[in-house]
Unconditional design. Structure first.
Length: 552
């Protein structure tokens, strides 16, 4: 129906003599949206506002013409009225609204899928925490956010690659090796001497206990830097395995695990440096090589090679961006922590320098998480005995609750994670309401089956005409639009809010009306509405990486 309305609007515009002023590209701006206020109708268009200037008409006059054309063209399947300065509000005929249930039930698990992204190839990098320790709570938020957004991208017609960048090269890795060696020595009775700026986490003590004595003796015979590199290499592999296992357990799998070390070992940093030099984007000063990033909007130029000839992290960022460019992505999205605010301008400078334009790189800054318990912030110190890792959080509240909690807010909003509330199995819990709806519907359908309803009956959808029934149907219809807008805005929290709204509407329908009654025809119709509701809820929860239980 939406497609037919768009075609009718276009035909109404082309019927005007003034339409000769328009080009094909102009019609790409023609669209329909869901009104914020449901009382305004089922769909709305600002077509008259968009085209009035080019057509030399007032928005109100153009809207009146389009309304007359569409009302005639759509033959009662939808009606349109003019509102305000020239908005067009469409109301679908009752049969069209009710018929949405057939579409949902026929599509099943595929309902909501669209081609809104038109196959745009997106690289979505998220989490990317240094493999020098276990993932922490903010990593869990990034995992929930990124994996859900990637799922939504794919369902909305984008080609999305989820990627984890392993920072497994550089000085911090050698510090990790030196810290692990210190823990090994501690286990052998020596005093603990963590190096300056080293890693103090207890997890290294556990890793040290796994080391083989013969292997350690061999490493300790090497020069100091090589010794530390050997310890670090072993630790990186072990911690990397743990990260992968935890991410998969948190339903956040990655398509690509990209190793920074491969950039160094494959000569990609040298190639990136040579490219920037060839484009006359570098200069030497005090023996170091500088990239003219300020020419591209950065607040200052950046060193890409130190005076001792060693590359900087920034040069690795350049090489990594070139790799993404060469893999053919039309957009590279980085999900970073709020402490990376200063990286935005420099990453966009890289995009400009490698010929992709600043908009090619998109940075989403994910704000911090504060754990709350008993109304107070929980200490983030592992030594204090409080949990801080992603693994401990999941163990405490479960995957479903944790993922839902992280998806309640926009990325740029600070999140207070209330542990007391997360532990509750009540309507106060953010995940409970939607899951309770899916379980309630499943129980309803089981009882209906016992009463002789097979689900294969001929459905008379015109019997669904009560306010609560129609409001729920209209909400279910919005699912594909919600996914498309969530993808475009990079806001998976919209999906969570939508599922909460659908759950509320279903519970209201359930309490106001007897689903299975002596009126068999009406019962069949209401059961169809119930099945469609569960399908939409299940589809949405699946995209969020959350179970849709049949029993609770």
């Amino acid at each position: 129906m939406k497609s037919e309305i768009l075609q009718s609007l276009k035909a109404g515009i082309l019927a005007l003599e003034e339409a000769s002023q328009l080009e094909d590209a102009d019609f790409g701006r023609l669209g329909l949206e869901l009104p914020r206020d449901p009382s305004h109708g089922d769909l709305a268009s600002n077509a008259a506002m968009i085209f009035s200037k080019k057509l030399g008409l007032s928005p109100r006059d153009l809207a009146a013409h389009l309304a007359e054309h569409c009302n005639r063209d759509l033959s009662g399947r939808a009606t349109v009225e003019v509102a305000g300065p020239g908005f067009l509000n469409f109301r679908l005929a009752m049969g069209e609204v009710q018929g949405i249930l057939h579409t949902i039930l026929k599509a099943g698990a595929e309902f909501g899928r669209s081609d809104a992204g038109r196959g745009q190839k997106i690289n979505l990098e998220f989490v990317s925490a240094n493999p020098t320790g276990p993932p922490v709570v903010v990593s869990a938020r990034a995992a929930a956010f990124g994996s859900t957004l990637s799922n939504i991208f794919r369902f909305a017609g984008y080609e999305s690659t989820s990627e984890y960048y392993l920072n497994d090269a550089g000085k911090q890795v050698l510090k990790l090796g030196a810290s692990l060696l210190a823990r090994w020595k501690e286990g052998k009775g020596e005093a603990l001497e963590i190096p300056e700026n080293g890693y103090h986490g207890i997890y290294l003590k556990d890793l040290a206990a796994e080391l083989d004595s013969a292997m350690v003796s061999q490493w300790q015979s090497l020069p100091e830097e090589e010794c530390h590199a050997a310890f670090a290499g072993w630790a990186i592999v072990r911690i990397g395995e743990q990260i992968r296992t935890q991410m998969e357990g948190f339903r956040s799998p990655f398509d690509v695990w990209f190793s920074e070390r491969t950039l160094h070992e494959g000569g990609h940093l040298d190639s990136a440096r040579d490219f920037l030099v060839s484009q006359k984007l570098c200069y030497e000063e005090e023996g170091a090589l500088w990239f003219r990033s300020s020419d591209f909007g950065d607040d200052k130029d950046r060193v890409i090679q130190r005076s001792d000839g060693t590359p900087t992290y920034f040069l690795a960022d350049v090489a990594y961006a070139i790799d993404k460019r060469d893999r053919g992505f039309s957009k590279a999205i980085y999900v970073l922590g709020p402490d990376h605010h200063g990286y935005v301008a420099r990453l966009k400078a890289i995009a400009e320098a490698i010929g992709k334009g600043s908009d090619w790189i998109e940075v989403i800054l994910l704000q911090w998480v504060t754990l709350m318990e008993g109304g107070e912030a929980v200490s983030m110190s592992k030594r204090a005995g409080e949990f801080v890792t992603m693994e401990d959080l999941i163990r405490e509240v479960g995957v479903d609750v944790a993922r839902c909690y992280f998806l309640t807010r926009r990325a740029e909003s600070h999140l207070d994670f209330d542990l007391d509330l997360a532990r509750e199995q009540s309507s106060k819990s953010p995940v409970f309401y939607a899951q309770y709806a899916t379980a309630r519907i499943s129980g309803l359908l089981r009882k209906a089956a016992e009463a002789g309803f097979s689900g294969e009956e001929e459905v008379e959808l015109q019997r669904l005409n009560c306010e609560e029934e129609l409001a729920l149907i209209r909400a279910l219809e919005r699912f594909p639009e919600i996914l498309a807008s969530s993808a475009e805005a990079r806001e998976p929290n919209r999906l969570f809010s939508y599922l909460s709204d659908v759950s509320t509407l279903f519970h209201r329908f359930y309490h106001e009306h007897q689903i299975v009654s002596e009126d068999r025809e009406l019962s069949v119709a209401r059961l169809a509405l119930s099945r469609a509701s569960r399908q939409v809820l299940a589809n949405g929860l699946s995209l969020m990486g959350v179970d849709a239980p049949e029993r609770m």
